[in-house]
Design a binder for this molecule. Structure first.
Ligand code: MEV
Length: 329
């Protein structure tokens, strides 16, 4: 028996980092996917094969414990640890141990802030649980995905595995979510080509928070409030133009607050400002920052903004919101 599952990448529209402190955030699944094939093997061991693990600029292939690193060993090894923890958790859940071979192919760049680790964890849990005869709901897969992140990263809000498992547009807070109506947002994602480590960036914010809670707490509170405002705008009966304008303004404020938390970089800010100058209504970091991606809201200006991102040194991706989360193929 063989099971193939896939799970999407995500963008955090509003509220990354503050969501780790119990504030709400809004995220959406996008149409880049990670595919995981799982089957039993006879040697009783866990074997992980990966092709096309995209780290900035290059592709890494590895199999089992041998990692053929043409580039960043650390990033490939990080992917491996999400997959291992995901398989171990499912085996615990099924209360069975068997040799399993898992093969991964992915369209999602690793370390880009697009939730590649969550997608690989969710797709692995989806495929391996089905292989073991477990019928998990997407919510249960999301919860296990959150556990995987906690084991590998130490800290996580759980928003990435939740949006990857459920799909669409989600308002998320402390492990609970509300589905929001999917708006076809005219966005452009800009990839800096460098990667940030979520674990390190979350730890950096935590350190500042512990040293200066009186400064950092109000920033996080403002982020939470702007997420509430964005939810109101998404749910309101305004026409699209008004909605986009308000959401764009909130994105710009959110970017400024993320910069204040210290998670932006010069290349991220270059892409953000280039997008705004090319006509985007709003532009901000998406995900943990420290490199990775930004996104711009650019009604009728997507190709101008994509060109501006390219000129500013980034890689533009015009992407769509994915209504589908975890999928058994
Ligand atoms: C990463 O995509 C989002 C962060 O808020 C971390 C988390 O929520 O677990 C930076």
């Amino acid at each position: 028996m063989r099971v193939l599952a896939s799970a999407p990448a995500k963008i955090i529209l509003f509220g990354e980092h503050s969501v780790v402190y119990g504030k709400p955030a809004i995220a959406a699944a996008i149409d880049l996917r990670t595919y995981v094939k799982a089957e039993f093997n006879k040697n009783g061991r866990i074997r992980i094969e990966a092709k096309d693990i995209r780290t900035p600029g290059l592709t890494v292939s590895f199999s089992e414990d041998q990692i053929y690193f043409e580039t960043d060993y650390g990033k490939a090894a990080e992917v491996l640890s999400y997959v291992r923890e995901a398989i171990n958790l499912v085996m615990k859940e099924a209360d069975k141990q068997r040799g399993v071979t898992v093969s991964i192919t992915s369209q999602i760049p690793v370390g880009a802030g697009l939730g590649s680790s969550a997608a690989v964890a969710v797709a692995t849990i989806g495929a391996v649980s089905k292989l073991f005869g477990l019928e998990l709901t997407p919510e249960e897969v999301a919860k296990l995905g959150h556990k995987v992140e906690l084991l590998v990263q130490g800290a996580s809000s759980g928003i990435d595995p939740t949006v990857s498992a459920i799909g669409g547009f989600l308002y998320y807070q402390k492990g609970s979510f509300e589905r929001l109506p999917v708006i076809e947002l005219p966005i452009v994602v800009g990839y800096t080509g460098s990667s940030g480590s979520t674990k390190e960036l979350v730890a950096k914010v935590r350190k500042n928070y512990e040293e200066m809670p009186e400064i950092i707490e109000p920033i996080l509170t403002s982020m939470g409030k702007l997420v509430e405002k964005a939810r109101e705008v998404i749910l309101a009966e305004y026409d699209r133009e008004i909605k986009f304008k308000l959401l764009g303004t909130l994105m710009n404020i959110n970017h400024g607050l993320l910069d204040a938390l210290g998670v932006s970089t010069k290349s991220l800010s270059d892409l953000v400002y280039a997008s705004r100058e090319a006509g985007a209504l709003g532009a901000k970091i998406t995900g943990a920052g420290g490199g990775g991606c930004m996104y711009a809201l650019a009604p009728r200006k997507q190709s101008e903004v994509a060109t501006a991102i390219k000129i500013a040194g980034g890689m533009p991706m015009i992407t769509k919101i994915s209504r589908e989360g975890l999928r058994i193929e």
